[in-house]
Write a protein that binds this ligand. Structure first.
Ligand code: S3P
Length: 659
């Protein structure tokens, strides 16, 4: 793929779920009691590999509409896998599962892709062997390996030689299944998602800070967790948000709002560093979600200055050095990053990958021992980067190309699937220009455009859809009116809206004329519509009508609740308009008042809350953004601003439509 010449980045977005938390959510749910329901899980290859491995180990895991359910087997309840566990590219899955399995009296075989097979596993094998596990591995303690757990596992008191959350977590997971108290002392604090989530499930974990800055974490084995049937929401990944943050900082006139990002202090070293470099980054709406601190992040283009990033910051920004190095290439002066030895054993030798790639882009950079120095300025770009199947290298240099004088090409983007599957669409959606060189998007004028606009009641989706249609000369269908038409036919035929058969028949007979009937706007028809829209038979019957409409030779805009997900999953553009319940209720209240209808605000609010619930909970086509939808929060933007954003997004992809 090639990245070049981005426009100013503008958008109100979310990034996929946190990878570290997602792995732990699946693993710890398997150890919990009852069924855990997880939303926001990162559905990237790495996490899917964890899910698959757990299934091989006898855990029941289901997914529907991106909500995951895991039936806990409890401590000691995993079963031997009858096949080799292929962990793909994922070091976290491998190391944490090795820990989890280290007290089971059976053998598990692990392997992975080229990158994972070259990474050292000795760091987890050493403590697990002390607890009693037996590991046979390739030279250098590399995959493939076999691990035979010990039924007489012994608790240990282990001082980590390197600060590693993966090793800490592996030992704690082994400790869960070992009698007595297992303690890990880490020289510097590393991400504590395992501890936070254990506590969220009601396991007791003790964390103590020592005088020298080290941290000791202990867990007692065979605990019964306090809670059952937990519900868990995974927040956005700060390591994925990092790419958007740096992109906005280096592309002039950018301003991006990223919602719902995990801001655990042990993960936000990059934000601290960028702020020290002069970045304008603000955290808003800080809150706690399932035991993790979460916030919305506003980032605005800023001139940056080079600084020295101390070794003490390594654990809290371990995965962000590639993208920090890109930021440093645009900063004034020299940025020095100390003590990067750990980067050499990531998905690739990241230290040399960063160095080689920066130099290829004309940036002055050097490494002395494990210290990297980057002299910033106006980088030339114009190179092809060898990504070494490392997702963070691929994404970092696609971001770099957005602001270099010449475009930057990366040789392989498949690795991006491991952690940030919608990276390219998301970046292009806010103003990036990343092209697939093998499969360029060439829009021929004879292909009609299809635009999907979804969102909850009173989000402003109708206004937006109408304006898009008018501006780009497209047909417009308010699909809500289809359900109203079904409701109208039933009510006026003297039947009950709950009569599924009648509703299905009515749905099959809808024609364009019904949609213009002024009765559609009546309140009782709206209520009937809300009932019939939950019937799968009705939705199915209306699908044909909607799809035919979308196929109109002039091109079409459809607004509704499942256009991007069900009706037109291949739409050229998918927008999902939302706003807080309060903002929507205000809007609807004002609208009703404008029509001379007097209602109290609270009842409008309650009404919308109920509708949201019905929309989100219905078993068929529930309201949710399509994964590749561009999400717009209209609570903070007025209708003009929303339309302007959408127009820009469309024109950026198809500039010819400006004419
Ligand atoms: C991770 C810990 C870090 C990090 C990796 C995820 C985790 O690795 O680089 O991407 O989820 O625990 P180390 O523990 O090896 O530093």
């Amino acid at each position: 793929m090639r990245s070049g010449g981005a426009s100013p980045l503008k958008g109100d977005i979310t990034v996929p779920g946190d990878k570290s938390i997602s792995h732990r959510a699946l693993m710890l749910s398997s150890q919990a009691l009852g069924t855990t329901t997880i939303s926001g899980l990162l559905e990237g290859d790495d996490v899917l590999n964890t899910a698959k491995a757990l299934q091989h180990l006898g855990v029941n895991i289901r997914q529907s509409n991106h909500v995951w359910e895991v039936d806990g087997v409890g401590i000691g309840g995993l079963a031997e896998s009858d096949s080799v566990l292929d962990m793909g590219n994922s070091g976290t899955s491998t190391r944490l599962l090795m820990g989890l399995l280290s007290a089971y009296p059976f053998t598990t075989f692990f392997t992975g892709d080229d990158s994972l097979r070259s990474r050292p596993m000795g760091r987890v094998v050493t403590p697990l062997a002390q607890m009693g596990a037996k590991v046979t591995a390739r030279t250098g303690m590399k995959l493939p390996l076999s691990l035979t757990g010990s039924p007489d596992s012994m608790p240990i008191d282990y001082h980590l030689p390197v600060a590693s959350a993966q090793v800490k977590s592996a030992i704690l997971l082994a400790g869960l299944n070992t009698p007595g108290i297992t303690t890990v002392v880490e020289p510097q604090p590393t991400r504590d998602h395992t501890e936070n989530m254990l506590r969220y499930f009601g396991f007791k974990v003790k964390t103590e800070k020592m005088d020298d800055g080290a941290v000791s974490v202990s867990v007692r084995g065979y605990q019964k967790p306090e809670y059952e049937n937990r519900t868990l929401t995974v927040p956005g990944d700060p390591s994925s948000a990092a790419f958007v943050i740096v992109a906005a900082l280096i592309c002039p006139h950018s301003s991006v709002f990223i919602r719902n990002v995990c801001v655990n202090l042990l993960r936000t070293g990059l934000i601290t560093t960028l702020i020290e470099m002069g970045a304008k980054i603000e955290l808003h709406n800080e809150r706690d979600v399932a035991g993790e601190p979460v916030a919305d992040i506003l980032v605005v283009h800023s001139p940056l200055k080079g600084i020295t990033v101390p070794a003490s910051r390594v654990p809290s920004m371990i995965d962000e050095y590639p993208i920090l190095a890109v930021a440093a290439a645009f900063a004034e002066g020299v940025t020095v990053m100390e003590d990067l030895a750990e980067l050499r054993v990531k998905e690739s030798d990241r230290l040399s990958a960063i160095l080689e790639s920066l130099q290829a882009c004309g940036v002055e950079a050097s490494a002395e021992g494990d210290t990297l120095s980057v002299t910033g300025g106006k980088p030339r770009g114009g190179a092809t980067i060898k990504t070494r199947f490392d997702h963070r290298i691929a994404m970092s240099f696609l971001i770099m190309g957005m602001a270099t004088a010449q475009p930057v090409t990366v040789d392989d983007v498949t690795s991006i699937q491991t952690s940030f599957p919608n990276f390219v669409n998301l970046i292009n959606g806010i103003g990036g220009h990343i092209r697939d060189l093998r499969n360029p998007t060439v829009r021929r004028h004879h292909e009609p455009l299809v635009v999907a606009v979804d969102g909850p009641a009173a989000s402003g989706k109708g206004t937006l859809a109408r304006r898009i249609a008018e501006h780009f000369n497209l047909e417009y269908l308010d699909t809500g009116s289809l359900y109203r038409a079904v409701g109208m036919k039933i009510v006026y035929a003297g039947k009950e809206p709950s009569d599924v058969k009648a509703a299905e028949e009515a749905a099959r007979s809808i024609d364009a004329e019904d949609l213009a009937n002024p009765r559609l706007r009546q309140e009782r028809i709206g209520q009937a519509a809300s009932i019939v829209s939950a019937f799968p038979e009705v939705r199915q019957a209306l699908l044909d009508f909607q799809r035919k409409f979308a196929g109109s030779s002039r091109g079409a805009v459809l607004d509704g609740r499942d256009i991007g997900t069900v009706v037109c999953p291949k739409a050229d553009f998918k927008f999902f308009v939302t706003a807080t319940l309060y903002a929507r209720a205000k809007r609807r209240h004002r609208e009703l008042q404008g029509q001379g209808i007097e209602v109290i605000f609270e009842s409008v609010l309650d009404d919308l809350r109920e509708r949201d619930e019905r929309d989100e909970k219905r078993s068929i086509a529930p309201l949710r953004p399509s994964e590749d939808a561009f999400i717009i929060d209209s609570s903070t933007h007025d209708a003009d601003a929303v339309f302007d954003l959408v127009r820009q997004v469309i024109l950026r992809k198809y500039p010819a439509l400006a004419a």
